[in-house]
Design a binder for this molecule. Structure first.
Ligand SMILES: Nc1ncnc2c1ncn2[C@@H]1O[C@H](COP(=O)(O)OP(=O)(O)OP(=O)(O)O)[C@@H](O)[C@H]1O
Ligand SMILES: [Mg+2]
Length: 251
């Protein structure tokens, strides 16, 4: 192991590498030659106006949509050739993703814990229910929860398999400011504590400034600007990311 330290650390550092991803839906080119990478412990943000191609990009990375061209490497392996291996190391949360509505919160997390083949499913579920403050909701049916409560269950589910890459599509969109803030801090701690990489989309600019070390602005399916929030604000001569967004979105 020590003899391989240098080579291994280079391989391990890049968790996700997307190269020239393109996806068309009939006449619409949703994603047009997008390339970026995410390193271990890094939180990368995809920003851009509605319809820019962010969700389509995430769905290609999750294997839900097949790219027309381009390649995706995860943990050093090609996603198309190592799909099951790669996707078992990934998880996903989004306000629109649906989970079994009739299950109680504790049942739902148990089902996923067993599906993921966890060694100590009960312990993992209990820990995550504590972490996400789901104790009071444990007996409630998922379908009867408020959208913000459902989002917290989604986040718990997304951490169950201790993914090396966590993909989050507008994860805090339904959360009240207090819970949203707690979820952001929790995800930041997770990234620091575990080295978990995260790829996140959001329309909440302060959230992206707080969480993302690197941001790619997507517009019309292409990446049009890249940098940290401070670098982007500097490059556009404005004070914050919100002003950068308005500049980019309005051309
Ligand atoms: N299944 C589909 N069939 C046809 N067109 C699609 C499909 N999915 C996405 N599109 C189109 O692809 C483009 C990109 O959509 P996408 O959902 O990736 O945008 P987005 O950046 O996530 O937007 P938002 O901020 O609104 O979530 C849009 O023009 C959309 O209408
Ligand atoms: Mg979207």
């Amino acid at each position: 192991m020590p003899g391989h330290a240098v080579t291994a650390s280079i391989d391990v550092m890049t968790v996700l590498e997307a190269v020239s991803l393109t996806k068309r839906f009939g006449p619409v080119t949703a994603v047009d030659g997008v390339s970026f990478s995410v390193g271990e412990g890094e939180i990368v943000g995809l920003l851009g106006p509605n319809g820019a191609g962010k969700t389509t990009t995430l769905h290609m990375i999750l294997g839900l949509t097949t790219p027309d061209s381009g390649t995706i490497r995860m943990f050093g392996r090609d996603l198309a050739a190592h799909r099951t291996w790669a996707l078992s190391r990934v998880n996903f949360a989004a306000s629109y993703a649906s989970l079994p509505w009739v299950l109680r919160v504790d049942e739902l997390l148990d089902v996923f814990a067993h599906m993921y083949g966890l060694r100590n499913p009960r312990r993992q579920v209990t820990q995550l229910m504590e972490l996400l403050d789901l104790g009071e909701l444990r007996d409630r049916r998922y379908g009867q929860l408020s959208s913000g409560q459902q989002t917290r269950v989604q986040l718990a589910k997304s951490l169950l398999n201790e993914p090396g890459l966590l993909v989050l599509d507008e994860p805090t969109a339904n959360l009240d400011p207090d819970v949203g803030d707690r979820m952001r801090e929790l995800l930041l701690r997770e990234a620091h504590r575990t080295g978990r990489a995260m790829l996140i989309t959001s329309h909440n600019m302060p959230e992206v400034e707080r969480m993302c070390s690197r941001i790619h602005f997507v517009s019309g399916g292409r990446i049009v600007a890249t940098g940290s929030a401070a670098e982007l604000a500097g490059a556009y001569g404005v004070d914050d990311l919100e002003a950068v967004f308005l500049r980019v979105a309005r051309g």
